[in-house]
Ligand binder design. Structure first.
Ligand SMILES: [Zn+2]
Length: 301
């Protein structure tokens, strides 16, 4: 089954449910970043969180989620847009820890002390951001705490993955349930009871449960309607033009120096997707001419 994101709302309009399958997205990300099994599990949860939260932005809006902890992974960055395109990177993709209580030690790898920051680019002058302390380093719990503390939205978040014996992800996915104002305590209680009673998310994913099936489980006692079912994927928005703009910020002297230092030019690499962009000496010289012309006010090139 391909990666999809399903959005539902309760008939009463007091609860929002989002669930996704993110298996291909996560495998794509982990193979690009060559993550260790532990880093893959942590990255899988964070990327799935990003995929779920892509449902909370609209139009050209984007969001970034930054986990920074005192564990060996150091940090995980995830970005997502309203089209369900998700990209991310890991501070130390080689970080690997022994199993703890029979499970991959995600919390130990990220660390229990640290910060979670969510930045939303809503197209305003300045992006809107909120930061909370990590509560456990388990990622799903941390995201739920962020919503409750920073956005005052009672939320339940589940993100998980299960592995194949070769270390690839067999299935990844998650859910995000949010209370919409005015909060209805009995709906929240019913949802919480269903989440507590259901099998572990990783087991449901292993059993091939679809995002809609997961939501059906959670909303067993709450009537709801499906709003949409859309794809999610690992996709980077980098381009040669973006790297050109980055090089232009170096200035004339620095660009000249780089062009003179290496007759073959330079190879730049995107930290999110590892795509490489080559800038030959003549490309760098062209960028120098662009800056010189901009400086002298001669735009007729
Ligand atoms: Zn890229």
């Amino acid at each position: 089954m391909s990666d999809t994101l399903v959005r539902i709302v309760s008939e009463a309009g007091d609860l929002r449910g989002i669930a996704c399958l993110s298996t291909d997205l996560v495998n794509d990300a982990c193979s690009r970043h060559r993550t260790s099994p532990t880093a893959s599990a942590a990255f899988a949860r964070a990327l799935t969180g990003g995929a779920l939260m892509s449902a909370l932005v609209k139009g050209d809006q984007r969001l970034a989620i930054k986990f920074e902890g005192n564990g060996p992974i150091q940090k995980i960055l995830v970005e997502a847009d309203a089209d369900g395109c998700v990209r991310g990177r890991v501070g130390n993709p080689d970080a690997d820890l022994p199993f703890k209580d029979g499970h991959i030690d995600v919390a130990g790898s990220l660390g229990s002390a640290g910060l979670l920051t969510v930045i939303r680019d809503l197209g305003l002058k300045e992006p809107v951001s909120g930061t909370v302390h990590l509560v456990s380093g388990e990622i799903g719990e941390d995201l739920a705490y962020y919503f409750a503390e920073s956005e005052q939205i009672p939320s339940a978040v589940g993100v998980g993955a299960c592995f194949n014996t070769d270390g690839t992800i067999a299935a990844a996915g998650g859910f995000l349930i949010q209370s919409l104002p005015p909060a209805n305590d009995s709906s929240i209680e019913s949802i919480t009871a269903m989440i507590n009673a259901m099998p572990p998310l990783s087991t449901m994913l292993k059993d091939g449960q679809t995002p809609e099936a997961i939501l059906r489980h959670i909303f067993a006692e709450v009537p709801y309607k499906i709003l949409s079912e859309t794809p999610v994927a690992y996709k980077c928005n980098c381009s040669r033009e973006r790297f050109e703009r980055g090089l232009l910020t170096l200035g004339i002297d620095e660009l000249k120096k780089i062009a003179n230092e290496d007759p073959d030019g330079i190879l730049t690499k995107c930290e999110y997707c590892h795509e490489q962009y080559e800038f030959k000496t003549e490309d760098l010289e062209m960028l120098v001419r662009v800056l010189v012309r901009a400086q002298t006010g001669d735009y007729n090139f």
